[in-house]
Structure formats: structure tokens, C-alpha cells
Design a protein. Structure first.
Length: 218
């Protein structure tokens, strides 16, 4: 049995006229009509739906921006007020600090002057006391010096008298005295005590005759 072959042919509509339909001048009126309808529809949709929403968004943004600007202005005004208040407080603090410093300096100066005067008075009093003590010590020292000088002189005289008495007791000096015709005084007539008694007695003994004779020392 022989296979049956089936063939078909499809014809493109309007292919007999040729060209793309939108570019055919026969369709221009309909295309313009539908274009106008689409434009009007898009305009209506945009004006009724999109534009109000966009306008609302823009208005909301504008209102928000205005609010933000107003808030920023308020913050700036508050900041300016705070800066002014800070500067005023700082100026007041500086003025108070300067006043306190001046008062403290004056008070310290007065107190220092008072302390200096009190110290001068104490030093002058101590200086006067020291001068008195020095004067008393000087007087006592001079008295001690006199006493020491008297004691030293007495000790020297006693030592010389003792040495002289010892020398007079030596045989060689006694023999020399005898050869010269001199008398060796006894031990009780050799000391300073004997001379202290002898001199006033001789003055009293010979003062009267000398005055009576009219003898004077030239």
C-alpha cells in the first residue's frame, strides 16, 4: 500500500500588497486615531493618578524640607542663644575671677604687710634683748677680766716673791749680800703683804716731816 502524501500551503494575509502594515499609508488614519486615544488615556491616567501622587510626594517633600529648614533654623537660633549665653557666662566668670584675684591679692598684700610689721617688731624686740644681753655679758666679761687680771697679777707677784725669797736663802747670795754690806731681810719681810703694810706706814711716818720742812719735788 502506497503511503499517502499530504501537502499544504499557507498564504500570509495581505502578502499580496507587500510592506510592513504600520508603514502602509492606508493604515495611517486608524493609527493616528488609536494614538490619540492612547495619548488621551495616558494623559487621563497621569493627570488623575500619577500626577496627584507625584504632586503629593513633591508637596510632602517640600513640606518636610520646609519643616527641616525651620527645625534647622530653630536649632541654629538655640545654638546662637546658647553660644551667646556661654560667652556671657564666660565673660561674667572672667570678671568674677578677676575680681576675686584682685581681692585676694589685696588681702594677701595687707596680710603680708601686717605679718612683716609684726615680724619687724619681734625682731626689734629680740635685737634689743640681744643688745642688753651683749651689754650685760660685756660688763660681766670686763669685771671678770679685771678680776682675772688682779688674780693673775697677785699670782705673779706671789710667785716672784717666793722665787726671790728662795734666792735670798741660797748661801752664795747671802755671802754676796754680806760682802756688799747689805742685810738680808728675814722671810716675814719678803712677801707682798709686808710691802702692802710698809708703804702706807712709811707714807704716814714721813708725810708730816716733809711738809714741815717745805721740801717739794721739782
Amino acid at each position: 500500500m502506497a503511503a499517502e502524501k499530504t501537502t499544504g500551503h499557507t498564504e500570509v494575509p495581505g502578502s499580496g500588497h507587500g510592506g510592513f502594515p504600520p508603514f502602509q499609508k492606508e493604515t495611517f488614519p486608524s493609527q493616528l486615531f488609536w494614538l490619540a486615544i492612547c495619548f488621551v488615556a495616558l494623559y487621563l491616567i497621569a493627570s488623575k493618578l500619577a500626577l496627584p501622587r507625584v504632586g503629593g510626594i513633591i508637596e510632602s517633600r517640600r513640606s518636610r524640607i520646609a519643616d527641616d529648614l525651620a527645625e534647622a533654623g530653630r536649632f541654629k537660633s538655640e545654638a546662637d542663644q546658647a553660644i551667646a549665653a556661654y560667652e556671657k557666662a564666660l565673660a561674667d566668670a572672667r570678671t568674677r575671677a578677676q575680681t576675686i584675684a584682685n581681692e585676694t591679692r589685696d588681702r594677701v598684700k595687707v596680710e603680708a604687710e601686717r605679718n612683716r610689721k609684726a615680724l619687724d617688731e619681734r625682731l626689734n624686740a629680740r635685737l634689743a634683748e640681744a643688745e642688753k644681753a651683749i651689754a650685760a655679758a660685756k660688763t660681766a666679761a670686763m669685771a671678770n677680766v679685771r678680776g682675772i687680771a688682779v688674780e693673775a697679777a697677785a699670782a705673779i707677784v706671789a710667785r716672784l716673791a717666793r722665787a726671790t725669797s728662795e734666792a735670798l736663802d741660797t748661801p752664795a747670795l747671802r755671802q754676796r749680800y754680806l760682802e756688799l754690806g747689805l742685810r738680808v731681810p728675814p722671810p716675814e719681810q719678803r712677801g707682798p703683804e709686808y710691802l702692802a703694810r710698809l708703804v702706807p706706814a712709811d707714807i704716814e711716818k714721813w708725810a708730816g716731816p716733809i711738809k714741815a720742812s717745805g721740801v717739794s719735788v721739782e
